[in-house]
Ligand binder design. Structure first.
Ligand code: SAM
Length: 258
């Protein structure tokens, strides 16, 4: 699913970075630690860790070759290593990392609980395990508007709605998944960022190039249906006089200590 790295940065990468900045500040990890970034993608969270947490090292792992290729271009630092591999089953002889994080990944793995178990295994004793996911069912408004509009025109679209499909993105479920790991000091909280689109096209175009459930849904529509959806969204989105669209994107974040 994740094979167009350039499109990712213009679609969701730009907003993930804003959440990542608040998330890394919240973790409040001392400088000089060893980090593991699970599902590092194009290097969005890795670069925030570098800038804010002054790490000793970061290992970023991702399944997607093209994303990791892009991560190499985006993040050039001798403390960082990227690897193409399935991180949900990554094993290590001994836990090596002070901090194991993932940004916007848990809903894309077959078993979020197993991936969290792996994250815990990778962390040293007293290490931090932490993650964030979009609030697809609630205030990830950019996507919420899309699915709400799609469902008005085509009730069957509800089956593809990320808000309905991704249980781990609901705060109670995220908390339960972290508590099931027997971590101490588990905390769950939202982070809101402002997603500002200069006009309707700035909102709409990235969906056409992007990956994920939305682009999959869009490619299933013929031109007429796509146009109807475009018009429905234009009707529905809160648009300012200058044409700009200001939405909120909420992520739920969780952390705990091993
Ligand atoms: C939405 S992107 C998030 C990327 C980045 N963390 C960010 O915040 O922008 C999800 C990433 O998870 C990766 N991913 C999904 N399952 C994975 C797995 N089992 N192992 C490693 N990476 C995985 C995808 O390839 C994709 O790059």
């Amino acid at each position: 699913m994740f094979n167009n790295a350039a499109a990712y940065d213009g679609y969701v990468g730009r907003w993930s970075r804003l959440v990542g900045e608040q998330f890394i500040a919240w973790l409040n990890i001392p400088f000089g630690r060893k980090w593991f970034d699970l599902g590092a993608g194009t290097g969005v969270l890795t670069s925030v860790i570098l800038q804010q947490a002054v790490p000793e090292s970061i290992l970023g792992m991702d399944l997607s070759e093209s994303y990791i290729e892009r991560a190499h271009q985006n993040v050039r630092d001798e403390r960082v290593q990227f690897k193409v591999a399935d991180a949900s089953t990554a094993v290590t002889d001994s836990p090596q990392f002070d901090v194991v994080v993932s940004g916007l990944v848990l809903n894309f793995v077959p078993s979020p609980q197993e991936t969290l178990e792996t994250m815990k295994l990778l962390a040293k004793p007293a290490g931090t395990v932490a993650a964030y996911v979009w609030d697809y069912a609630g205030k990830m408004e950019m996507m919420r508007h899309f699915w709400d509009a799609a469902i008005v025109l085509d009730p069957a679209a509800a089956d593809m709605d990320s808000g309905k499909r991704f249980d781990i993105c609901k705060p109670d479920n995220l908390r339960a998944a972290f508590e099931a790991l027997n971590l101490s000091a588990v905390e769950v909280r939202p982070f809101d960022v402002q997603t500002v689109f200069k006009d309707f096209d700035d909102y709409w175009q990235p969906f056409l190039a992007a990956q994920g459930s939305i682009s999959k849904y869009l490619t299933s529509l013929d031109d007429q249906a796509k146009n109807a959806l475009r018009q429905q969204l234009q009707k529905q989105l809160p648009t300012n006089n200058d044409g700009s669209i200001h939405l909120t994107a909420r992520a739920w974040a969780a952390k705990g200590i091993k």
